[in-house]
Design a protein around this ligand. Structure first.
Ligand SMILES: [Zn+2]
Length: 303
């Protein structure tokens, strides 16, 4: 659970940032010494996380495209997919370039998908969201932040790829699982969280096993094998409580969206629907929202 940050001023503990600003200004003008632990840093650090998220989002767009077209990420600079003209540095600024160019290529004026700024923005929000939610102060919390940044960013790419091309490439799921397993190992060995780690490993195997059974039963019709790896990852990244919420959200959302697609005749009963994006929404909802949802649910029950 995130904690409330305290603003400290001459030994006083303040909960309210506005009162911090007022006291800081008064202190400045009266010439008194102000002890400022994290005054400006309160805004500066989230802003840095947001900026890095935007940059990584921009990198993800290029990576997604290059995996799809089977080119190496290191090869060459970014090009327009329509006219193949090389993009200048000012065409590669996250979100801003797209807005300034009004979603069109500078050379051929063909439209550039809104996917590009959306992925950048979503990754920026994910990064600042993870930082603010975890609000790291200890080594354990910093470790959790780093692992979630890696896994969350990879899942952003997986979300887009699966939504567009109905495929969860191992490029995204396998590095995420490796990062999750390393983190599970560190928590077990260094932080003595063996009990929780064991629960998570069992949950991951059971959840992935369930998906494996569905995959075998349907002959790959209901799910892809990438979904099995994604299910395993979810078990590793979430506590059992969070996993229950994640499963509930992804299955219900998947069912609702499928019904809507059928009802509006955008898809027929025979068309496959990518399940990965729903699992990833479930993963994030479980992590960010499970505690709040469980508290709200218990509150409703008690009335
Ligand atoms: Zn172009």
């Amino acid at each position: 659970m995130p904690r409330i940050r305290y603003w400290s001023l001459q030994g006083q503990q303040l909960r309210n940032p506005n009162s911090y600003t007022k006291k800081a200004l008064r202190g400045f003008f009266s010439g008194r010494k102000i002890i400022c632990h994290n005054g400006l840093m309160l805004l500066a650090i989230p802003a840095i996380f947001f900026a890095y998220g935007l940059l990584f989002g921009s990198f993800l767009n290029a990576w997604i495209w290059r995996i799809h077209t089977d080119r190496k990420i290191s090869k060459g600079r970014s090009i327009c997919p329509h006219c193949k003209s090389q993009l200048k540095w000012y065409e590669l600024i996250p979100v801003l370039s797209w807005l300034v160019l009004r979603g069109k290529c500078r050379t051929c004026h063909k439209p550039i998908s809104i996917q590009y700024p959306l992925v950048e923005l979503a990754t920026g929000i994910l990064w600042v969201g993870l930082y603010s939610f975890i609000n790291p102060t200890s080594g354990l919390e910093w470790g959790e932040l780093v692992v979630w940044l890696i896994v969350g960013t990879l899942m952003m790419a997986a979300f887009v790829y699966d939504a567009k091309w109905m495929l969860l490439p191992d490029h995204f799921t396998v590095p995420a699982i490796v990062a999750a397993l390393i983190w599970v190992g560190i928590r077990w060995m260094v932080y003595g969280q063996g009990g929780l780690v064991l629960q998570q490993l069992i949950a991951a195997l059971v959840f992935a096993g369930m998906f494996y059974a569905l995959w075998r039963l349907s002959g790959g019709g209901w799910l892809g094998d990438g979904d099995i790896r994604l299910a395993f990852l979810m078990g590793l990244m979430l506590t059992p409580n969070q996993l229950v919420i994640a499963i509930f959200v992804s299955f219900n959302l998947g069912a609702l969206v499928s019904l809507w697609l059928l009802a509006t005749k955008r898809k027929t009963r025979r068309d496959p629907i990518a399940f990965g994006p729903f699992l990833i929404i479930g993963l994030l909802t479980g992590y960010f929202g499970a505690d709040a949802l469980i508290v709200a649910y218990l509150h409703i029950l008690s009335i």
